[in-house]
Design a protein around this ligand. Structure first.
Ligand code: AMP
Length: 630
């Protein structure tokens, strides 16, 4: 079937279409109704059906793939390597579930996972799924303040963590960051389960902190059956940045997510049982949830869990892993490829990558030179795919499992089955024509796998995503897009103040709040500025409470800039650190007091700042211009 008819069918008759896809996973009890969208924009999929993500990712394969590889863990940071078959993965997940259950964790309880890329993190996620507990994985690169706000929102009963992670040879001790986060959070978890890798000392809090190895010994043979869940129960929450300082807990279901992932593995990624899948993302991001943990395992594939960077021990490491595990499907981000592009191209051919069928790239725009370089170097299709934490799986791409649609440089592709994608005029809400810029929107019902709501805040879910296009209840992606005459979409950047650094989504508001917490700062503005390597970097402009006293000399200025960067490092993590902090005496604002971030951003990128007639004081923009040397 061609992609267009496949897509058409999914939109015209979603019940029939998704009813068929439901057969891709195991159900304990069948659904009564495929789709319930009686309370728009809320959507319930496979109503009444009972299933379990852990069963579908692990137990289901024991009959046919028990001895087949399920997880290959490699750390080029510590030199560890470990492979587990589905039978071994099953045993470890059951043990982890037994430990959690012994601490009172059950259906509906939240478990926060703050861990590096180690097998125990995957065990913890799957163990939660097994018990019907809701996991909330927080990216290990985030620091205390980011972690504390997520603890307060998720209110976990248990936190699972480890002594340390490592990045580019630098040890990051997690326990002190976690202890500090728990100290500043208002919610206190009952227990903290610590995995000790022997990398950093763990200071135990008596009565609260538990040792994983010790408890694992006690539960070597404890059986924990799968808890069957109604399809619309909550599987996990994953926090993502928006335009306010408070992160949003993207909430996902069980059955819809499992079906969506199984379908994407079949139609988009084309992975087969017994093969290996390698995604170089992190479990703290949505790609890690969908395409390190659940997607590949549901498809019966071995997943490669990699703690390390693309350049260590050398720029051939990603391809070496492809060779070592005979990876057939690989997923990475454009930034990683741009990093490799600066190295000797011989690294690309030093290893046997002939097992690879395709390389998928996502998370940020894929520029044409990078796409060309890697597809020519590998001699394999390079497939861009566009989606968001909110959707859980690709919105725009090509689906070679349906039809071998050619890809087009600069475009992630066409709408995927299930997504009724429209490009709408920002002010009128009307559909724009080919080659006209509009907001990328999705007409509900959102397909299976997409977010159900914002954790604990249905109103914010509706307000945030479904009210921004005038006169229409449609889901806004907050991305600009354009469609060519052949139906290929191109993504042109965000419509809001969210920025994207090396594929990591960050809210400028969160960074501004962190900078403003520095005692010398009165107010500040953060914008995303185009960067050749990382796509974007954060650039900050701060007004000091007492400019003359704080930065009397160049040396003092540099010292304060460094101090502010360290404040952000400490509170949010190094990913959020601005590349520069410029000091100005005034922020450019409209007469109504709104900081004109787009004009600041334009100047930073040496573009025209646009209409300045609404500015309160044009000299503020002059200061920005001078600061960045525009
Ligand atoms: P996240 O939720 O962190 O995955 O970030 C999602 C955002 O990243 C999207 O709204 C886009 O702005 C951007 N993005 C993701 N994938 C792509 C892509 N393939 N091309 C362009 N932008 C992308």
């Amino acid at each position: 079937m061609d992609l267009e008819s496949f897509h058409r069918r999914s939109i015209d008759d979603p019940e029939q279409f998704w009813g068929e896809q439901a057969a891709l996973i195991d159900w304990h009890a069948p659904h009564r109704k495929v789709l319930d969208c009686s309370k728009p924009p809320f959507t319930r999929w496979f109503v009444g059906g009972q299933t379990n993500l852990c069963h579908n990712a692990v137990d289901r394969h024991l009959a046919t793939l028990a001895e087949s590889a399920a997880l290959h863990f490699v750390s080029t940071e510590t030199g560890e390597q470990r492979s587990l078959s589905f039978a071994e993965l099953h045993r470890e997940v059951v043990r982890m579930a037994a430990i959690m259950r012994s601490q009172g964790v059950g259906r509906g309880d939240r478990v926060l996972v703050y861990m590096p890329m180690i097998p125990e993190a995957v065990f913890a996620m799957l163990a939660c799924a097994r018990l019907g507990a809701i996991h909330s994985v927080v990216f290990g690169g985030f620091a205390s303040r980011s972690l504390a706000s997520r603890i307060d929102d998720a209110r976990p009963r248990l936190i699972v963590s480890a002594d340390a992670g490592s990045r580019v040879g630098k040890l990051i001790a997690y326990k002190p960051l976690l202890d500090e986060a728990i100290r500043i959070a208002s919610h206190a978890p009952e227990k903290v389960l610590m995995v000790d890798r022997g990398l950093a000392p763990i200071e135990r809090v008596q009565g609260r902190d538990l040792d994983y190895a010790e408890l694992r010994e006690q539960h070597l043979d404890t059986d924990v059956p799968v808890t069957w869940l109604e399809s619309n129960e909550v599987s996990y929450t994953l926090y993502t940045s928006g335009t306010t300082g408070t992160p949003k807990g993207v909430q996902r279901d069980v059955g819809g997510y499992a079906v969506a992932l199984a379908a994407s593995m079949k139609y988009i990624f084309c992975g087969n049982p017994g093969e290996a899948y390698f995604s170089s993302s992190d479990i703290g991001w949505v790609v890690g949830h969908s395409y390190i943990v659940y997607g590949p395992l549901i498809a019966g594939m071995a997943t490669v869990l990699y703690e390390g960077t693309p350049l260590r021990p050398d720029a051939g490491i990603l391809w070496e892993l492809v060779e070592r595990f005979k990876v057939t499907v690989m997923f990475s981000a454009p930034t990683a490829i741009r990093v490799l592009k600066k190295q000797d191209p011989a690294y690309l051919t030093r290893h046997d990558t002939s097992s690879l069928r395709a390389l998928f790239l996502a998370g940020e725009p894929l520029d044409e030179p990078t796409a060309k370089w890697i597809s020519e170097g590998l001699g394999r299709p390079v497939i861009d795919n566009y989606w968001q934490t909110e959707t859980g799986w690709p919105i725009l791409t090509v689906a070679h499992g349906v039809e071998k649609t050619p890809t087009r440089f600069g475009s992630p592709g066409k709408p995927m089955y299930g997504y009724d994608v429209r490009l709408l005029h920002e002010e009128t809400g009307e559909e724009v024509g080919p080659n006209e810029k509009g907001v990328v929107a999705i007409v509900p019902p959102l397909p299976p796998g997409c977010m159900q709501t914002i954790w604990g805040d249905d109103e914010r879910f509706v307000e945030t995503y479904f009210t921004s296009v005038p006169g229409k209840m449609v889901y806004s992606t907050f991305d600009w897009g354009i469609r060519d005459n052949d139906g290929y979409y191109f993504i042109l950047g965000r419509t809001d103040d969210v920025i994207n650094v090396a594929g990591h989504r960050l809210g400028t508001r969160e960074i501004e709040e962190s900078i403003s917490s520095h005692p010398a700062v009165a107010e500040c503005a953060v914008v995303g500025v185009a960067d050749q390597l990382k796509g974007q970097v954060a650039m900050a402009f701060a007004v000091l409470k007492d400019p003359a006293a704080a930065v009397p000399t160049e040396q003092a200025r540099l010292a304060l800039e460094g101090e502010i960067m360290r404040t952000v490092d400490r509170q949010l993590g190094a990913v959020a650190r601005p590349s520069r902090v410029h000091f100005v005496t005034l922020l450019p604002k409209t007469r109504s007091g709104k900081v004109v971030r787009r004009a600041i951003q334009a100047l930073c990128e040496r573009r025209d700042a646009g209409d300045l007639t609404t500015l309160e004081d044009p000299s503020a923009l002059e200061q920005v211009r001078k600061a960045v040397g525009a």
